[in-house]
Write a new protein. Sequence first.
Length: 166
Amino acid sequence: MHDRASLVHLDWPGQYLKEGETQHMTIAVDFDGTIVEHRYPEIGREIPFATDTLKMLIKEGHRLILWSVREGKLLDEAVEWCRKRGVEFYAVNKDYPEESKDDRNYSRKLKVEMFIDDRNVGGLPDWGVIYRMIKENKTYREILIEELTADKSAAEPRKWWKFGQR
C-alpha cells in the first residue's frame, strides 16, 4: 500500500499512481480526420506527427484501438496503411481482438479510457498536445491554461511610468 500523499490521482475512481508512473490506457483512435486528412473513401495525407505519436504510445504500453466508420475493404486499407508506417493496433473496431458481435456482453460502444477523434467538442488538438495529455495525465483545459499563463507572463509589458514616486 502506498502513502496517498506520494500518489497522483487519476480521473478514474480509485486509481492512483506513484509520482512518475505512467497510466497504461486503452485508447480508441479514429482514422479519417484524425490520423489522416479527410478524403474518405480515399486515404488522405497523414496529419503531421500522427503515426509517430501513435508509435510512441504503443511503445509506452498503451493499447490502441482503431475506431473507424470504415468497413470491409476500406477498413482493411486503413489498417494496412497504418501497419506500413509501423502502427499495429491492439484491436480494430472492437474492445479486444477476439471480440465478436455474437458475444453475450458485446456492445458497439468501446470500453476505453480515451477517444482521440477529430469530431471531439473543440476539435482535434495537435498530436504534440495529445501526447502531453496522455503522458502527463492532464486535460486539454489544463494544458491550455498552462500555455496561456506562460504566454501572459512572458508578454507582460514593462512599466514605463512610475506613478506616485518623486
